[in-house]
Each structure stands twice: as structure tokens, then as C-alpha cells.
Design a protein around this ligand. Structure first.
Ligand code: AMP
Length: 310
């Protein structure tokens, strides 16, 4: 009998679609395609169909939207707001590429964006609330009919600036994906395991903490899991690594329409694999050249890296 092909479930993401300026010790990039929903949806498109909810200004180059739709991403709920400018982020990295320092955020089109989701978006089984204003995350979450799994990402900008709203969204999501410094800041706890445990008390049953080159941890009442980072010798630009990780993670779960413990572990490794490509070049440049067989080869290296015996 032929293997059953899993029926992919719908995946919706709300998050930033942006123009990024990134300063690094070895070179800069100006107004390149970026944004949490952009990296997420491009990465997830290697696993399943994704629908993006977001807003851009009339200055947003059309070819960026065409790039996403060329990968099968549904961009029909990205509103182009006339007379508005696109969200802009400027960030800087020192020699320690694990941590970005935000120099400037201009919300622009996102400042007053009020999405009205259509029925195919509202019915999606998987929802990712990518890094953006928690008020907007909550608005989208409230419009969903009955998602099987909801996950959230955020950053220091919102933890410091909109903590109360963020706590309200957290109460209603299943999974939080966050980096280590932000987990400590959110939980007000320096020990990472204690911080993750404290966050599960704030709502999400599962917490995924990303630690850049040191890998990622998953903690829930049922399991503790660790995935290493792919051993890269040259990390060019870590911008978008977290969102790409989330795209691989959620893309895999939606592709298999699964939320069981083993699938969550497999999703972590897909996330880590996808992130390992993003950091090899600026913006989405490495993902644009990515072939599915390259994902497969890195997954094989991952499996070998964590084999304890033999
Ligand atoms: P990451 O490196 O995965 O944490 O995400 C970097 C991306 O997040 C960049 O492409 C930015 O455009 C986007 N970003 C940065 N700051 C914010 C913010 N305050 N809200 C939403 N998106 C942001």
C-alpha cells in the first residue's frame, strides 16, 4: 500500500513586512526586504501554503510581494495603504552576532492597521503571531474561529513598551518562541530553565527558547528537548533567523497537521535548519537560492550530530 500523504493544514501569519537597514562590522545593507512575517512565510513556504496578514505603504517595491507570491504565499491580506510608508527597522550588530541592537523602528503602515480577516483566514488551523504590536496580535487571534495551534513571537521592544498587552496575548496562545535574552526579560528571571517554566505559568503550554549559535530548547510540562544549531563557519547576517526558525517550525507542523510531542521535536530541527540558511547572507538572499535538497542534506547532518551511540 502506498504511504499516506499528510494533508497540510492552513497556516496564517500576522507580522511585520518591512524594509530593513542593517549595520554590521563588515558591511551594511540599506532598505532591504525584511520583516518578521516576510522571513516566516518564505521559510514556511518550503513546507506548506501560508497566508500573510499585514500592511505596507505605497513605497513598498512590488517585486517583494511578487517574490512571496512566487513561492505560493497568499499575499491577498497584505494591505497596501495609500499615502503611507512601509514599516522600517534599523538594527546593528557588534562582533557578537547573537544580539541585534535596534537603532530605529518606524511603524508607519502598522501604526493604525486594523485587519479584517476573510473566512479562509479565520478558519486556518495554524496561526503564527509573528513579532509585531501585541495589540495587533490579539486582534488577529480574536478573529480566528478554532485554530488547533497558536504560536507567538515577540521582542524586547514590545516586552518593555507594551508588557500588559503582551501578557494578555500570552494568556491565549499555545506556544511562545522567543530568544534567550527576551525570555529572561519577560520572566524577570536570569536562569533560562526557570524563565521558561515561569513563562508556561503565563499561558503558553510550550516555550521554545532560541539561543543563536548555541541552539534552542523546548520546554513544556510533558517534555524538555534541545536542538543544536547547525555548525556554520561563517555567519553573515543573523537578521531574520528567529522568524525563519519559526517558519520552519510552524510550516512543518501545518504540513503534517500535527501537534504531538514527537512532531514538536521534529519541527524544532526544521526550524534550526531553515535558520541556518538565512544567516548565510543578507536579507532573504540565501533563502531565494535555497533548493529543497539542501534542506534534506542539512537534516541528515542534524540527525547524525545528535546521535549518542554508534
Ligand atoms: P529576528 O532577527 O528574527 O529577530 O527578526 C528581525 C526582523 O524583525 C527584521 O526583519 C525586522 O524588520 C523585524 N522587526 C524588528 N523590530 C520589530 C518590531 N518592533 N516589530 C515587528 N517587527 C520587527
Amino acid at each position: 500500500m502506498a504511504d499516506l500523504v499528510p494533508v497540510a493544514a492552513d497556516l496564517v501569519v500576522v507580522g511585520s513586512v518591512a524594509l530593513d537597514t542593517v549595520k554590521k562590522p563588515f558591511g551594511n545593507v540599506t532598505e532591504a526586504l525584511g520583516g518578521s512575517a516576510t522571513y516566516f512565510s518564505y521559510a514556511a513556504s518550503f513546507f506548506t501554503q501560508v497566508r500573510v496578514v499585514g500592511a505596507v505603504g505605497s513605497d513598498f517595491p512590488r517585486e517583494h510581494l511578487e517574490l512571496l507570491s512566487g513561492r505560493g504565499v497568499d499575499v491577498s491580506a497584505i494591505e497596501i495603504l495609500p499615502g503611507q510608508k512601509t514599516f522600517r527597522w534599523t538594527g546593528e550588530y557588534g562582533f557578537d552576532l547573537n544580539e541585534a541592537h535596534t537603532l530605529d523602528v518606524q511603524l508607519n503602515a502598522f501604526a493604525a492597521f486594523k485587519p479584517k480577516l476573510g473566512s479562509s483566514h479565520r478558519k486556518a488551523k495554524f496561526l503564527f503571531l509573528a513579532n509585531i504590536d501585541p495589540v495587533l496580535q490579539l486582534d488577529v487571534l480574536s478573529q480566528m474561529e478554532r485554530p488547533a495551534l497558536t504560536a507567538l513571537d515577540t521582542m524586547n521592544f514590545w516586552i518593555e513598551g507594551k508588557r500588559e498587552d503582551l501578557v494578555r496575548v500570552l494568556e491565549r496562545v499555545d506556544v511562545l518562541l522567543i530568544n534567550d535574552a527576551e525570555a529572561r526579560m519577560l520572566a524577570r528571571e536570569p536562569n533560562l530553565v526557570k524563565a521558561a517554566r515561569a513563562i508556561t505559568g503565563m499561558g503558553p503550554r510550550t516555550v521554545v527558547i532560541k539561543r543563536g549559535e548555541y541552539g534552542s530548547l523546548l520546554l513544556s510540562d510533558e517534555q524538555f528537548f534541545f536542538a543544536p544549531a547547525y555548525p556554520l563557519e561563517s555567519v553573515f547576517d543573523p537578521t531574520g533567523a528567529g522568524d525563519t526558525f519559526a517558519g520552519g517550525f510552524m510550516g512543518y507542523l501545518a504540513q503534517h497537521d500535527a501537534v504531538d510531542l514527537a512532531s514538536l521535536r521534529r519541527a524544532m530541527v526544521r526550524g534550526a535548519t531553515m535558520a541556518s540558511f538565512t544567516v548565510e547572507d543578507f536579507s532573504l538572499d540565501r533563502l531565494k537560492r535555497l533548493e529543497p535538497r539542501e534542506i534534506e542534506s542539512r537534516l541528515i547532518v542534524f540527525a547524525d550530530m545528535v546521535r549518542l551511540e554508534g
